[in-house]
Design a protein around this ligand. Structure first.
Ligand code: PLP
Length: 397
């Protein structure tokens, strides 16, 4: 069988691959300390699950409009206006099968061969892969740990060419946890308006922001900025709803109509029952979000304190999301647990899993050699045991 050139070029998601490798080891009876997957460990809150059951029993088990039922679009508009003070209309919302699918829709509707898409690195694994699927070229711009892994307005301006179609921003960021200072976001927005470059702002972690950081939505700097912005968000992270597959875009009516056409051919519509669950999440009590955030605050503090005690590891303190992204390159070409040595982050993660049964994701997958990503969306006991093992791996007697 001759597979398409497109699919042959496509790499599998590195985070999903890392999780699969950990699962494989687990299936042989080994206890594995799992920090690979970017999803909350909590079960979806009860009132949201109840709403889904009620929807099922009320017979909402049919096809829906291609990009979601009107009540969900209204709930998204209301939540966004409540949280960010910016108004969108229902015909500017497209609900999809998760935010990842939303990103695919945006790129497919806008990009093709000859176009360039600017992606600040470290970047979420799927960004470059999804750009390449359209035939467009990802233009990776590296940011540094010293800058808190934030793209500056000058870096953005310098990366723009006559072929630039779009810039993809993720704030707060997976994998770095970077939460852009308000003035940096505004500076990026001004460049985008001046140069007429569209910005896809992936704000899926907007609710997971820690003390000392402030989140500002990209579209909140005025009508001219809103016009060049495509917001991507969803319920997966804030409401622990990864399995329900509901994400959305907020964009111009013109782009939304194009994505609606695309989605009507590709998937018909997002899951009907999940749409009702998402309405309950957005319109219902928000204490569940605060409660989960509290748990993340505690885990983040613990992770940061443990990391600070390990010599020669560095990181930019995460202001949002639930990841610690740290530099382990000091430990390359040194004797580690079991007498092994490693040359890069990918080898580091393989050896760590084999020797210490701790699963992290290599920074190589995010365009950040030398780094590894630890997801602290897991319970404190696992985190504690994982760090004990990580320390022993790095500093064997
Ligand atoms: C988890 C995640 C998403 C998408 O989540 P869905 O489950 O597809 O809604 C999008 N962007 C980033 C950066 C993520 O980490």
């Amino acid at each position: 069988m001759e597979l398409s050139a497109t699919v042959q070029k496509l790499k599998p998601s590195a985070t999903i691959a890392a999780a699969a490798k950990a699962k494989e080891l687990k299936s042989t009876g080994v206890k594995v300390y799992e920090f690979t997957l970017g999803e909350p460990d909590f079960i979806t809150p009860e009132h949201i699950r109840e709403a889904a059951k009620e929807a099922m029993d009320a017979g909402h088990t049919h096809y829906t409009p291609a990009t979601g039922i009107p009540d969900l679009k209204q709930a998204i508009c209301d939540a966004y206006e409540r949280d960010h003070g910016v108004k969108y209309a229902a015909n500017e919302i497209a609900v999809s099968n998760g935010a990842k699918h939303s990103i695919h829709n945006v790129l497919t509707a806008l990009c093709g061969p000859g176009d360039e898409v600017i992606i600040p690195a470290p970047y979420w694994v799927s960004y470059s892969a999804l750009v390449e699927l359209t035939g467009a070229t990802p233009v990776i711009v590296s940011t540094s740990e010293e800058s808190g892994f934030c793209l500056s307005a000058d870096q953005f301006r310098d990366a723009i060419t006559s072929k630039t179609k779009l810039m993809m921003l993720n704030n707060p960021c997976n994998p770095t946890g970077a939460c852009y200072p308000v003035e940096m976001i505004e500076a990026l927005a001004r460049v985008a308006v001046e140069k007429n470059i569209l910005v896809l702002s992936d704000e899926i972690y907007e609710k997971l922001v820690y003390e000392g950081s402030e989140f500002r939505s990209f579209a909140s700097f005025g009508e001219d900025v809103k016009n060049i912005t495509i917001i991507v968000s969803g319920v997966s992270k804030a409401y622990a709803m990864t399995g329900w597959r509901i994400g959305w875009t907020m964009a111009s009516a013109e782009l939304t109509a194009a994505m609606t056409k695309l989605q009507s051919q590709e998937t018909s519509n997002p899951c009907s029952v999940s749409q009702f669950a998402a309405i309950a999440a957005l319109n219902g009590p928000q204490e569940c979000v605060t409660d989960m955030l509290k748990a993340f605050v505690e885990r983040r503090e613990y992770v940061l304190s443990r990391l600070s005690k390990i010599p020669d590891i560095s990181l930019a303190t995460p202001g949002g999301a639930f990841y610690a992204f740290f530099n382990v390159s000091h430990y390359f070409n040194k004797l580690l647990q079991g007498g092994v040595t490693v040359k890069n982050s990918t080898e580091f993660c393989s050896a760590l899993l084999e020797q210490a049964h701790v699963a992290l994701v290599t920074g190589d997958a995010f365009g950040a050699p030398g780094y590894v990503r630890l997801s602290f969306a897991t319970d404190l006991k696992t985190i504690e045991a994982g760090f004990d093992r990580l320390e022993k791996f790095l500093l064997p007697e």
